[in-house]
Design a protein around this ligand. Sequence first.
Ligand SMILES: N[C@@H](CCC(=O)N[C@@H](CS)C(=O)NCC(=O)O)C(=O)O
Length: 217
Amino acid sequence: MPMKLFTYFRSQASFRVRIALNLKGLKREDTFLHLEHGDQYAPEYKKLNPQAVVPTLFDGDLKLFQSLAILEYLEETHAKPPLLPQGAAARAWVRGFALINVADSHPLIVPRVRNYLAGTLKLSDEQKLAWIQHWLELGLEAMEVLLAEHKESGTFCHGDAPTMADICLATQVFPARMFKVKLEPYPRTTGIYETCMAIPAFADAAPPKQPDAEKVA
Ligand SMILES: N[C@@H](CCC(=O)N[C@@H](CS)C(=O)NCC(=O)O)C(=O)O
């Protein structure tokens, strides 16, 4: 039975889950929520996801939420191909790298934060864009340094196959491109991004490829 994903094409957290499902060869059925139209606040969806965010993934009756927890679940239930390397040290590095995006950059640019900046704090479009670019740049700077010092990085963040680190690198660079961040200072990061996006599992998961896609700004 395919898993059921509540998703939105622009959602970077959903993008992470789509990549992981694709890499592991798992079929899914999508239910689309339009976050800019406020579908996430519909009472029937808030009952499923009290944070009013996507993704939510159902594996049968089991409800899964928070993209990184979902990736960990998929890893534990479908071992191949692995999204975490062997060894505690390497796994800690990959998880730490992934969290730069998941925990420290992405939460600052999600729609509810952008809406608060514009609606409550009355920031102009220009100020809001500067905010988004700032937090994305800080994450990219850290990623670039970590990739430079990490002996196992090269084609991918760690080793010779994509891991959770690459998935979360992709969801850092994709919005950075969308929001016109200057990417020249991050050649290692963008090189890995290009490599990943040439892999069908990543490319097919990208926002413009989703059935609910509108023009990606
Ligand atoms: N930390 C959560 C983030 C979930 C999240 O904020 N998702 C965004 C889309 S990427 C969302 O649904 N936002 C709705 C809103 O901000 O109103 C995860 O990784 O799953």
